[in-house]
Design a protein. Sequence first.
Length: 420
Amino acid sequence: MSTGTVAKPSAAPKKAGRRKLTWPWILLIVAAGLVLFSVVRVISGADDLTSVGQISGALQLAVPIAMAGLGGLWAERAGVVNIGLEGMMILGTWFGAWAGYQWGPWTGVVVGILGGALGGLLHAIITVTFNVNHIVSGVAINILAVGFTQYLSNFTFAEAEGGSSKQSPRIDPITDITIPGLSDWLIDLQQKHWFLISDIAGILGGLVTHLSLLTVVAALLIPATWWLLWRTSFGLRLRSCGENPVAAESLGVNVYKYKYIAVVVSGGLAGLGGAFLAIVSTGIYQEGQTGGRGYIGLAAMIFGNWMPGGMALGASLFGFTDSLKIRGGAENVHALLLLVALLLVIAALWQLYKKKYVVAAISAAFSAAFFLWYVLTDEVPSQFVDAAPYITTLLVLALSAQRLRMPKADGLPYRKGEGK
């Protein structure tokens, strides 16, 4: 009688996680994107796609959205959903303009930040102390901000010289930077419309031509946030409040304090975005000028997977498409049809490589549809031009939804003492 040996059960194979993009791969993707844009520009003749003015305009349009998105990131990393970013931006535009036209633009920036922070403090009191639903609180703040600023305008701007009940007097501009010599050389190089070289020159030229000092400050806040939240003990404690506040409290973290700090900073950043709109983008406060940018900032934050770098990329994407609409209108948006068709071809080839034949076929079909739309038309309807930035945002969010992971305790109710 033979004895059989019982094999030990093998350990379950570990699921392969998503590979983290390394810098060589990131640079390769950026280079491929530049080549693709250059091909589209040459074929379509839409030379403004990567011009100095286009990049400069895109940067200016992206900053308010990026500040709102960065504010949302601070709040949600601490576990508080901040739908009230739009209202906090509105407070930033009003207070920034009110102080700016009287005492100078930089004073306006500081007061605009304080105005947004005031909205953040109100949201923190309602959600953290009284544990009200975060969405309800955010919507209420948005509504209150509209009514409050309208009320204030009636007896401030309406009585000021050059103002009215719906707009402020003109605000002095903030100094901008242009690097002499380099800026002119890059503009000349871009205007030659050479393949790839002119596109790179246009992008670099947009970063060194008429660059507002406030844009530089706003841009530096993005890596500063990354360092503070991911490289310091303060950031670790704050993020722990958004992941597991009960465990954080059991380790001695004052969860309420960190949530308050995060939401007030969130409001201040949104207020900075609003002040930028009033002082830099337009030089004047106008009723309704935020135009939903607080909500778009939230979308950029989600697209960026609650990380500063990804959020900045999402804000830049919206700013770029919005600038295309403003500068070139139908011609530039028409060129985007060709860009989308080529991107869908690349997506179809990638899905074929991964042996996902159904998805590849769908991508190829949509690519053919966009290509036919481009070939058979000379321009797109004006309604599509106006909606292009919002459509782009929705498409990107839809395509990136499977890769997202929000903080585990984001938006969940929490009571002090649960960790004891």
